[in-house]
Design a protein. Structure first.
Length: 311
């Protein structure tokens, strides 16, 4: 294969020299199969690939966005598919998938895709039937693979005036990824892709005192295997709430301890964080950071949570 012209990588030798000069650390050379497009929408493309020989530690997907800026998406070595979101409608993209062994790029494949044309509603939400009817009435809509995967209850552990935290479990089988769909305060459909290992997500940018309905889909490859739904109402604006907080001077009987904040996942536009509480308990958490413009941001997190996605 030849080195892709769209995204020449720094400190990489030309592709035609790679196989002779960059043998992987392991004796068995891993090989990437064909990179294919399994589904498209106006703002996303789903890609699939196979590994006919060997294994990779991780993958790196590279492409240029609609403005011509290079983008890089790191992917876990066990994955065989990925959804690339935040794309522009009716735009041609060229994707380059690199397989890495011991941090070295040992093989790569490429493909092209054109996103679908924009529609009045890019992400129509499914008909909202009662939750208890889901498994009986909607099973034909999901094509089950050999190993059955089931989504557990979707619940709301915490809300703020402008965010909702959702949690779920997977009592049977794994999913490759999840997709959360809802409508914003203006009635526009929104979709939030979620890593298959996640069991919670924080949905930001909501409006106070408003009811939202959320639909969580479990995906294998490009197929929706199962889905659950729930509703949540955001809180009133903070200045309207009664002052019931416990004064900061009142100490808790037992001292609570936070331990190791670590990064569990990254994408070009989000970071997943995890932490532990080895001693005691906290009523809630507050995550603070500065955005790309240097403005301070604060994200409230429910006290039982041990992870959060910063979008």
């Amino acid at each position: 294969a030849t080195e892709p012209e769209e995204l020449p990588l720094p400190s990489e030798e030309p592709q035609h020299k790679k196989t002779q000069t960059e043998a992987p650390a392991s004796n068995a050379r891993a090989v990437l199969g064909e990179l294919s497009v399994s589904s498209i929408s106006p703002d996303s493309v789903q890609l699939q690939w196979s590994i006919p020989k060997g294994s990779f530690d991780s993958f790196m997907l590279q492409y240029q966005d609609a403005q011509g800026q290079p983008q890089a998406l790191p992917i876990n070595g066990g994955s065989r598919s990925v959804t690339v979101s935040e794309l522009s409608p009716s735009h041609r993209y060229r994707f380059h998938l690199y397989g890495l062994q011991s941090r070295k790029k040992t093989d790569h494949v490429s493909t092209e895709a054109v996103t679908a044309a924009a529609k009045p509603e890019e992400l129509p939400l499914p008909s909202e039937k009662p939750q208890h009817e889901k498994r009986r009435t909607e099973s034909p809509a999901f094509e089950a693979p050999l190993m059955r995967a089931v989504l557990g209850e979707l619940r709301v552990p915490s809300v703020t005036p402008n965010s909702v935290q959702l949690q779920w479990n997977v009592p049977e089988g794994p999913f490759d990824s999840f997709m959360l769909q809802y409508r914003d305060a203006q009635g526009q459909p929104q979709a939030l892709p979620i890593d298959g290992g996640s069991r919670s997500v924080m949905v930001p940018g909501l409006s106070p005192s408003r009811q939202y309905r959320f639909h969580l889909y479990g995906l294998r490859g490009q197929k929706k295997i199962d889905h659950v739904s729930t509703e949540a109402i955001t809180e009133e604006p903070q200045h309207m709430k009664p002052q019931t907080e416990v004064p900061a001077s009142e100490a808790t009987p037992a001292r609570a301890v936070l331990e190791e904040l670590r990064v569990s996942s990254v994408t070009p536009r989000s970071v997943g964080l995890q932490w532990t509480v080895p001693k005691g308990s906290f009523d809630s958490f507050m995550l603070q950071y500065r955005d790309a413009q240097g403005q301070p941001q604060a994200l409230p997190v429910e006290g039982e949570s041990r992870s959060v996605m910063v979008p």
